[in-house]
Design a protein around this ligand. Structure first.
Ligand SMILES: [Zn+2]
Length: 279
């Protein structure tokens, strides 16, 4: 295997891409290293020996995860153990709890840098993002960089897969990030390239998701009544076979949100095979 090295992507931030490329992960999960000397790792990625080996050569103080999906968090405990680091993040599934649970507004700091926790659920039930800022007086002009996990991706749109993914929460989380003052300058996503115009990129994702919602409503309007699978086929007619199930789960997430809004009805929004209709 080719040795992977950390790229400098922003002042104080380096990136290592994990060797887990797929239809869902793009070129692979991106792990980020913040600072020098005492270092924070954001999203250690899969439990892959070669990948974690690229992250351990530093004095890692904290290992942070954005959410509990395997491609972001499976290697977290192994990395923390190898580095003697503290594992922090949102609540994990049983058996994968962090050493410390982070909540909205918490701050993790290493010399020169502060990472503020933003609760941004939606892609999964308990996602957080980390907003990186230089400590006052150090690294002037470095701006505000958002580690977005899977909430905002580079070069593709996030999958919000029901039932763990929640479209209403997802849209609210994007709205919150768009409204941040001062604005996010750069987004460092879990997959795909860095997004230089941060706020505009987040607003673009929000607009995309709202357009999809309108397409779901239009497809339902044309049919009168339809299943998740029928609407997904209409809204995502050219989806690659590896993403067909994700397209259905995402369509289901849209429909569940529209049921909550009162614009769509169904007997049971928790039933993926149910029939949906305009209210
Ligand atoms: Zn994810």
């Amino acid at each position: 295997m080719t040795a992977r090295v950390a790229d400098d992507v922003a002042l104080g931030v380096r990136r290592v891409t994990a060797p887990n490329p797929s239809a869902m992960t793009g070129a692979g999960t991106q792990s980020y290293l913040v600072g020098s000397g005492d270092v924070v790792v954001v999203d250690p990625g899969p439990d892959d020996e070669a990948h974690l080996g690229c992250l351990v050569g530093e004095d890692v103080r904290y290992v942070l995860v954005t959410h509990d999906h395997d491609d972001h968090a499976a290697g977290a405990r192994a990395l923390a153990r190898r580095c003697g680091a503290i594992l922090l993040g949102p609540p994990g599934r049983p058996g994968r709890e962090p050493d410390g649970v982070l909540a909205d507004g918490d701050v993790v700091a290493v010399p020169g840098w502060r990472l503020s926790v933003l609760a941004t659920p939606g892609h999964s039930a308990r996602d957080v993002c980390y907003l990186l800022e230089a400590e006052p007086g150090s690294s002037p002009g470095s701006g505000r960089l958002l580690f977005s996990g899977d909430l905002v991706l580079g070069g593709s749109s996030t999958v919000v897969a029901a039932p763990d993914g929640d479209m209403a929460l997802y849209l609210a989380s994007l709205e919150r990030l768009v409204a941040l003052e001062p604005a996010v300058d750069v987004v460092a996503p879990g997959h795909g390239p860095l997004l230089a115009a941060g706020r505009a990129a987040i607003a673009g994702q929000l607009a995309h998701r709202r357009r999809r919602e309108q397409e779901v409503l239009a497809a339902l309007g044309r049919r009168g009544r339809a299943t998740v699978a029928e609407i997904a086929a209409a809204v995502y007619p050219t989806v690659a076979s590896g993403l067909a199930d994700a397209a259905q789960l995402q369509t289901w997430a849209h429909l569940r949100k529209l049921v909550e809004d009162g614009s769509v009805t169904t007997l049971d929004p928790d039933d993926r095979t149910a029939t949906f209709a305009l209210a």
